[in-house]
Ligand binder design. Structure first.
Ligand SMILES: [Zn+2]
Length: 93
């Protein structure tokens, strides 16, 4: 195992912190809360963000990676929270 994978594995095995999937906001894919000793992963946003990103590659093959990232943010900013959650459910999140 690489050192990096080992660090993450040890955290998951031995830490008194928890890791959970939960909605945070449209701007945050994750969150590190020291008071609650909790790392949150915004899986719904991760899924839709990735789908939109790859969809933009599919539709506009000539865009650069930077342009795709910028346009993905624009898409997500314009979508409502309800729309993002609904799409995440359709993807399987
Ligand atoms: Zn890309």
């Amino acid at each position: 195992m690489t050192r990096e994978a080992q660090i993450v594995t040890e955290f998951l095995k031995e830490s008194d912190w928890s890791v959970m999937f939960r909605w945070i906001s449209k701007e945050n894919l994750g969150e590190c809360d020291y008071k609650k000793k909790r790392i949150s992963i915004n899986m719904e946003l991760e899924l839709v963000d990735t789908l939109v990103h790859e969809l933009l590659h599919q539709r506009f093959p000539n865009l650069t990676e930077t342009q795709v990232k910028k346009r993905t943010l624009k898409y997500l900013r314009r979508m409502t929270v309800a729309e993002i959650k609904k799409l995440a459910k359709r993807i399987g999140g």
